[in-house]
Design a protein around this ligand. Structure first.
Ligand code: IMP
Length: 497
């Protein structure tokens, strides 16, 4: 007979946190949300930590290079989706690694022979009023000058006038040498009262621009997660089918973290993939999953995973439970796997961080997931709502929405994620194609979310993720007390009045 687990498996909504003693030291400013991402030995520091406990989901509709840059600047990390060609995924990784905070590759460039009309057209098309003049009109061509709105007058100048006749030539421009730090660039900007500093290599080719306004912006990202060469950290999703071709390309592109993306990670394929990476690419970290119980965790831990992802069937776009009848309430899954992680740590002295993946709806669910033992959280729906996610923003029913689709939907057709052997195709859908309410900029939303988490942690009397995991008290709630948790027995005013 099958083993029947009589304990009900539960999810976040069924729990609340009981406040602990808040001392005067427990202020949001004193809360540190840094958390490990990869395994480490007792007494040692993890090689990669993030400064906020969030990673973005390995999904076409969530994690491209744009979102990866935005999130790493705020202290988290993204896993660029693997359901694309090896070449395009590696390009996205490269674009994150090439990104230098404050150093911007010029996106509006023109040749000296072009006309004023072309300048105006380029400005209208790109929205940039700062145009680089290079010999061949490319972003990294030999730098000859700059065109800004101060160089021409549309009312009086002939549209046929050549760029070389009205640009500000290189001889009149202060430039910086490639390799200088952002602080040095900023000093030059201030000393010379500039708005823009072109950075040139030894052959006078344009490498970047540094803008005065971006330096201020950079100072607003004290949490950014950087590697030893001060480049942003980035992850990428892989599968257990084409990893022998995909992983070398991603490593070559500079990826820091890999994660095997699968709806069910308790498999020999994952073990083999981890072994391949450990043997052939020992300088990159590899996460595995997803699992929902002790057995699954122990299997992947012994296989050598650097972190383990937890969750089957809880994702907002996920219909795996309906289609296949597999899964587990996310709260119960995390609690059991966190216990297994602690047991493994006590036995081996090796701490393998666990990631709660999917099903986070409210901000307080994040605090709950961490209190239950998760070291960090993977979210799809949360990030899909922001400007920086790769999908279209549309007006539907009078409201702005963003598109958000599952990797197991017909739209993504990521058969490798759901593959159980056999022919290479998606046999049935495990995810839906949907909209999520548009929520604006990633940074604005993160600031609010982080503010709430820090405030809850102060209520619990804890200042770190580790303290939250060890010292907080959680309680189950009955369905009637869930009603008590919202506004009740009052007539709520219509906020438009
Ligand atoms: P969310 O944060 O609740 O939207 O869940 C995101 C997570 O759902 C991802 O990180 C994946 O683990 C999972 N997921 C992504 N696509 C699918 C799908 O099509 N079916 C089932 N689960 C999915």
């Amino acid at each position: 007979m099958a083993k029947i687990i009589n304990e009900v498996s539960r999810t976040f909504n069924e729990y609340l946190i009981i406040p602990g003693l808040t001392t005067k030291e427990h202020t949001p400013d004193n809360v540190n949300l840094q958390t490990p991402v990869v395994k480490f030995k007792k007494g040692e520091e993890p090689k990669i930590s993030i400064n906020i406990p969030f990673v973005s989901a390995i999904m076409q509709s969530v994690s491209d290079d744009g979102l990866s840059i935005a999130l790493a600047k705020e202290g988290g990390v993204s896993f660029i989706y693997g359901s694309q060609s090896i070449e395009t995924q590696a390009e996205m990784v490269k674009s994150v690694k090439k990104y230098k905070a404050g150093f911007v590759t010029s996106r509006a460039n023109i040749t000296p022979e072009a006309s004023l009309l072309e300048v105006i057209e380029l400005k209208n098309k790109t929205g940039f009023s700062n145009i680089g003049v290079t010999e061949d009109g490319t972003a990294n061509g030999k730098f000859l000058g700059l065109v800004t709105g101060r160089d021409y007058r549309t009312k009086t100048d002939a549209y046929s006038k050549k760029v070389k006749d009205f640009m500000t030539p290189i001889s009149d421009i202060v430039t910086g040498k490639d390799g200088i730090s952002l602080n040095e660039a900023n000093d030059i900007i201030w000393e010379n009262k500039l708005n823009t500093l072109p950075i040139l290599d030894e052959n006078e080719h344009l490498k970047y621009f540094v803008f005065r306004k971006d330096y201020e912006n950079h100072k607003m990202h004290p949490n950014e997660v950087l590697d030893s060469q001060k480049r942003l950290i980035v992850g990428a999703g892989i599968n257990s089918r084409d990893h022998k071709e995909r992983v070398p390309a991603l490593v070559e592109a500079g990826v820091d973290l890999l994660c095997i993306d699968s709806s069910d990670g308790f498999s020999e394929w994952q073990k083999d993939t981890i072994s391949y990476i450990k043997e052939n690419h020992s300088n990159v970290f590899i996460g595995a999953g997803n699992v929902v119980d002790r057995e699954g965790f122990m299997y992947l831990a012994k296989a050598g995973a650097d972190f383990i992802k937890v969750g089957v069937g809880g994702g907002s776009i996920c219909i795996t439970r309906e289609q296949k009848g597999i899964g587990r309430g996310q709260a119960t899954a995390i609690i059991e796997v966190a216990e297994a992680r602690d047991e493994y740590f006590a036995q081996t002295g090796e701490y393998i961080p666990i990631c709660s993946d999917g099903g986070i709806v409210q901000d307080y669910h994040m605090t709950l997931a961490l209190a239950m033992g998760a070291d960090f959280l993977m979210m799809g729906r949360y990030f899909a709502r922001f400007d920086e996610s790769p999908t279209r923003k549309l007006m539907v029913g009078g409201n702005y929405v963003k598109e958000y689709w599952g990797e197991g939907s017909n739209r993504a057709r990521n058969w490798q994620r759901y593959d159980m052997g056999g022919n290479n195709s998606l046999k049935f859908e495990e995810g839906v194609d949907s909209y999520v309410p548009y929520a604006g900029k990633l940074k604005d939303n993160l600031d609010l979310t982080i503010g709430k988490i820090k405030s809850t942690m102060c209520s619990c009397g804890v200042s770190t993720v580790k303290e939250l995991q060890t010292n907080s008290k959680l309680t189950l709630v009955s369905s009637t007390s869930i009603i008590e948790g919202g506004a009740h027995d009052v007539i709520v005013k219509d906020s438009s009045n």
